[in-house]
Ligand binder design. Structure first.
Ligand SMILES: [Zn+2]
Length: 84
């Protein structure tokens, strides 16, 4: 299953970092939270990014350097057979 992302998905993924950082208004946090609950691919992406954020926090950086982020994503994706 590899459908074109829905507009809600694009929005959720677009705001994912702000969502994780709680930098969104209450209603958007709620909207995206609801979407994540009913959309497994987006929820998976959310989990991955939360994980990256935790790993990055451990290194003492606020933001993951782009190459570190890419490397983590690649590692995580490599373990997922569906490649979603
Ligand atoms: Zn989605």
């Amino acid at each position: 299953m590899c459908a074109v992302p829905k507009p809600e998905c694009e929005e959720a993924l677009d705001r994912l970092f702000e969502y994780i950082d709680h930098e969104l208004p209450e209603d958007e946090i709620h909207r995206i939270g609801e979407h994540l609950k009913e959309c497994p691919p987006c929820e998976a992406e959310h989990k991955i990014n939360e994980k990256i954020k935790r790993l990055v926090n451990k290194t003492g950086h606020d933001v993951a350097p782009e190459d570190l982020r890419a490397r983590i994503l690649q590692t995580i994706r490599a373990t997922r057979p569906d490649g979603a």
